[in-house]
Design a protein around this ligand. Structure first.
Ligand code: NAD
Length: 410
């Protein structure tokens, strides 16, 4: 994933005529922190925080608890965060962190100790105006609330602006949980309108019916009755129903039973994840993991659009192949930016000591993503480049413009 992210930046930079020095500047990380957390019972875990670029504002990005977390993945995700915040016009930089742990294999007490020690290990490097982490894979508001409490204990800061993704009672924002899926719906709607494709009904398949995928499905169902969800999977596989799936009911089954492969309803059949990718639909929604479409399965895709709600779900080779085939890839840095937009709104509320109603959050989310989508797709058409390249080009230009104006002021 790191290579794909870096190659996309390198390619966009070369097309924009940047100097090798500027391209290196965009690729390099400003700081990388790697340390070991030892729990009182002796268990040890490797912890990471990468701070990629802060020219637009404090670093922003999630913390992932997963056994496969490593320096390279964290670096790739931090790089994508800098591009994402810049592409949607937020005054924030990019960072990412994680701990190589399977949270299901440790107790609640150990999880709390791990979360607090993660903060203690980074205390010099994070804070409301330096680096504002958020939840990511396997971390949630409970983990973030422990982290905020530890930050407050060690620094005396009471603003709650040190982390986003907190519980509502602890300074979290309304609309944050649904924000990434909700943002995906707004972006897809705008893309269809921008490309003159919004009048016809569309069919969709969702890979990864977790937090992001299920909110996307439910909000799409509510806001767009002419978008039909025909397939959905999780890591166990899932269901295909040509007549359409009820997203709310599908989510209810998933929450109560855990495995979508066991979801049985009239007119539907069980499918594997390979079959989901091979489903003939208008929009394939990737909301599970990185690198799920590669050279091994790229020729099985039969969708017209791919909405990248996961980070980096398409490898570089597959990306070139799919673009060549005329498939429109709606890039992750735009499609899943709803989460970081509402994180930014949470941070603003904490700094101002305010709590905004959900209607205001939705309105601001709409404004950021509508403007960003139009800008990116207009640029793609104007420069005859893919939306991914357009998003990266816009982000790069914003970062370099601010860097250069700072240099001139010195
Ligand atoms: P989640 O853990 O809630 O959901 C992930 C879902 O994917 C689960 O249902 C899991 O069973 C399924 N899955 C795992 N492997 C799969 C496979 N091989 N095939 C099909 N399904 C599979 O996570 P989430 O918060 O919904 O995040 C999903 C993706 O979106 C991640 O890549 C994450 O980095 C990205 N993302 C999340 C946010 C956010 O706000 N949560 C923001 C930006 C990007």
């Amino acid at each position: 994933m790191l290579k794909t992210a870096q190659d996309l930046i390198r390619r966009a930079g070369e097309r924009l005529g940047l100097t090798p020095g500027d391209i290196e500047y965009l690729l390099k990380t400003e700081a990388e922190h790697e340390f070991e957390i030892e729990l009182t019972d002796g268990k040890r875990f490797k912890a990471f925080r990468t701070q990629h670029n802060s020219v637009l504002g404090p670093y922003k990005g999630g913390i992932r608890f997963h056994p496969e977390v490593g320096a390279e993945e964290v670096r790739a995700l931090a790089t994508l965060m800098s591009i994402k915040t810049a592409a949607v016009g937020l005054p924030l930089g990019g960072g990412k962190g994680g701990v190589a742990v399977n949270p299901r294999e440790i107790s609640r007490e150990e999880l709390e100790e791990l979360s607090r020690k993660y903060v203690a290990g980074l205390i010099e490097h994070i804070g409301p105006d330096k680096d504002i982490p958020a939840p990511d894979v396997n971390t949630d508001s409970r983990v973030i609330d422990w982290m905020v409490a530890e930050y407050e204990k060690l620094t005396g800061d009471k603003t709650k602006a040190s982390f986003t993704g907190k519980s509502i009672e602890n300074g979290g924002s309304l609309g944050r949980e649904a924000a990434t899926g909700h943002g995906g719906v707004i972006v897809l709607r705008e893309v269809l309108e921008e490309l003159g494709d919004s009048a016809q009904p569309i069919t969709m398949a969702i890979q990864g019916f977790g937090n992001v995928g299920s909110y996307f499905g439910e909000i799409a169902e509510k806001d767009h009755p002419n978008w039909r969800l025909v397939a959905a999977t999780d890591s166990s596989g899932g269901v295909y129903s040509p007549n359409g799936l009820d997203a709310k009911e599908t989510d209810k089954f998933k929450r109560e039973n855990g495995r979508l492969a066991e979801y049985k309803i009239a007119g539907a059949r069980t499918i594997t994840n390979d079959e989901l990718i091979n489903t003939e639909v208008d929009v394939l929604v990737l909301a599970a993991l990185g690198d799920v479409i590669t050279e091994h399965n790229m020729d099985t895709v039969r969708a017209r659009y791919i909405l990248e709600l996961a980070n980096g779900p398409i490898s570089e080779k597959a990306y070139d192949y799919l673009i060549q085939k005329g498939i429109i890839i709606i890039p992750d840095v735009l499609a899943n930016a709803g989460g970081v937009v509402v994180s930014y709104l949470e941070w603003l509320q904490n700094k101002a000591g305010e709590h905004w109603p959900e209607a205001r959050i939705t309105q601001e989310l709409e404004q950021y993503l509508t403007a960003a989508t139009r800008h990116i797709f207009k640029r793609a058409v104007q420069d005859k480049i893919s939306p991914t390249e357009a998003a990266i080009s816009i982000a790069i230009e914003r970062i370099l413009k601010v860097r250069d104006s700072r240099r001139q002021q010195r």
